[in-house]
Ligand binder design. Structure first.
Ligand SMILES: [Cu+2]
Length: 130
């Protein structure tokens, strides 16, 4: 078969395919509607930790993977959250003034200990379950 007749062959095939398609109705509205969501539902919810009186409340939080944790500074002092070395994923907030908040989404199970870098005696732990 020459390359010329080869090209004709595939052109005819393409035309037949289009004709078959239009006769069988696959371009009509009868095709099923895909309902699969593009993004899965979040596994966890959200949890809030309040920073008040130079302490994290709650200091120990157990949550599930996929959960977003929000820290809210209700102290007049500036605080800054930083994970200890050795946590599954590191996280660090910026300086949190009064009324500021910081969010981090935990997607890796494990134990996360963290401190306030301004006041290292402030400690907290988040346990993320799979
Ligand atoms: Cu602090």
């Amino acid at each position: 078969m020459t390359s010329y007749s080869h090209g004709i062959f595939w052109s005819v095939c393409a035309i037949l395919l289009v004709l078959t398609c239009s006769f069988s109705g696959c371009t009509s509205s009868q095709s099923p509607v895909t309902t699969t969501p593009t993004t899965p539902a979040p596994v966890g919810g959200s949890n809030a930790i309040v920073i008040k009186n130079f302490a994290f409340s709650p200091a120990n939080l157990t949550t599930r993977s996929g959960t977003t944790v929000t820290w809210m500074n209700q102290d007049g002092a500036v605080h800054q959250i930083a994970s200890d070395s050795g946590t599954p994923v590191a996280f660090t907030s910026g300086s949190l003034a009064n009324g500021a908040s910081y969010q981090f989404t935990f997607t890796q199970p494990g134990t996360y200990t963290y401190i306030c870098t301004v006041h290292p005696s402030m400690k907290g732990t988040i346990i993320v379950q799979s």
